[in-house]
Design a protein. Structure first.
Length: 90
C-alpha cells in the first residue's frame, strides 16, 4: 500500500493512469501546483481515470456529475481562482 501524488493542471479535463483500485484522498495546493493524492496498491494493473476540474460558476452537467466522485476544492492566486476537482468512479 502507498500514497501517490499527481500534479494537476487547472484545465477542464485530464486523464491520468493509476492503479485500478486507487482511492482519492485529497486535492490541495502544494506550493504553486494543484496536486491529487491517492491511496494505491502499486502492483495493480493501471487504468486511465478522468479528472474534471470545474471553476466556480462554470457549467457542469448533472449526467457528468453522476459519473464522478468529488475529491475537493482548491484555491489559487490567493483565492482569486477556485477549482472543484472530481475523479471518474471507474
Amino acid at each position: 500500500m502507498a500514497i501517490w501524488k499527481w500534479i494537476l493542471e487547472p484545465t477542464d479535463v485530464q486523464h491520468i493512469s493509476m492503479p485500478i483500485a486507487a482511492e482519492a484522498l485529497s486535492v490541495q495546493m502544494q506550493g504553486t501546483q494543484m496536486c491529487l493524492w491517492t491511496y494505491v496498491h502499486p502492483t495493480e494493473d493501471l487504468v486511465v481515470r478522468r479528472i474534471r476540474v470545474v471553476g466556480t460558476g462554470h457549467q457542469f452537467a448533472r449526467e457528468e456529475r453522476d459519473a464522478l466522485q468529488y475529491v475537493g476544492t482548491v484555491q489559487m492566486l490567493g483565492g482569486n481562482l477556485v477549482w472543484h476537482v472530481f475523479i471518474s468512479k471507474e
